[in-house]
Design a protein around this ligand. Structure first.
Ligand SMILES: [Zn+2]
Ligand SMILES: [Zn+2]
Length: 246
């Protein structure tokens, strides 16, 4: 308990200190006018990508939907990813998660917000009542000291003025990394992984889930299923990166 309070305090302090470091672009390291990412890097990072209109998987220009979305229904209305899981995003996310450079969450959250504003219409954005970060299992949270998705959600909330609903969901099963498992094992791995605590705030609400990386979509789909069972009206998913292979 004390250990986890200490870790959390340490991260908060580091985060605070980072704010006073002279402004330098996180990508090109050049001076950046008090901004986390300079103008040039921002415009090159925000370039449009061609992807599945439903699940955000990278696709050639000629295709609107991926094979997966044509064949089966997802539980979310739309997934919007800022980018594919390629550089510099893959390294930024690793630096955030494992290098504990928390300021990156703020920069990524800001970029994601700009990309949401460019890709969704005002009505779609206005209809979202809560943002919910994909929770980490409490053991992992204790180990890492922070949930990167929650930090990104806070940054998006600030930019889009949508409140974050905290502690509504608990991840009460430590799931194995999905990528090395067969489809059946993936489903079993995620079965009952999430527990919804706060049905009251979720009833008939339109919500958006925030995650850093979406790989197969299986985790998101499992979470969406639990949320819909709890009475949520619709779910949009926002993430920083969508990996290119389903
Ligand atoms: Zn730059
Ligand atoms: Zn798709």
């Amino acid at each position: 308990m004390l250990n986890s309070i200490y870790t959390q305090l340490k991260h908060k302090l580091l985060h605070l200190l980072e704010q006073f470091i002279p402004a330098q672009c996180l990508i090109c390291q050049l001076a950046s006018d008090n901004k986390l990412i300079c103008k040039d890097c921002k415009s090159s990072l925000l370039q449009q990508r061609t992807c599945c209109q439903h699940c955000g998987l990278s696709l050639p220009v000629s295709q609107h939907f991926c094979g997966d979305c044509i064949q089966q229904q997802h539980y979310f209305t739309k997934l919007h990813a800022l980018a594919s899981y390629t550089t510099p995003y893959s390294s930024l996310i690793k630096e955030l998660k494992y290098g504990k450079k928390l300021i990156i969450a703020e920069a990524l959250g800001e970029l994601l917000s700009l990309s949401i504003l460019e890709n969704l219409n005002a009505q779609q954005i206005k209809s979202i009542e809560y943002l919910i970060a994909v929770p980490l299992h409490h053991k992992k949270l204790r180990q890492r000291g922070f949930n990167q998705a929650a930090l990104i959600a806070e940054a998006v909330a600030k930019q889009l003025s949508i409140p974050v609903l905290k502690d509504a969901i608990q991840r009460h099963k430590e799931t194995l990394p999905q990528e090395n498992l067969s489809i059946n094992k993936r489903k079993k791995n995620l079965h009952g992984a999430f527990h919804i605590h706060d049905n009251v705030h979720l009833q008939n609400k339109h919500i958006a889930i925030i995650d850093d990386v979406v790989t197969t979509g299986a985790t998101i789909n499992s979470l969406c299923q639990s949320l819909l069972k709890a009475g949520v009206a619709s779910i949009t998913v926002f993430c920083i990166s969508r990996t290119d292979t389903a």
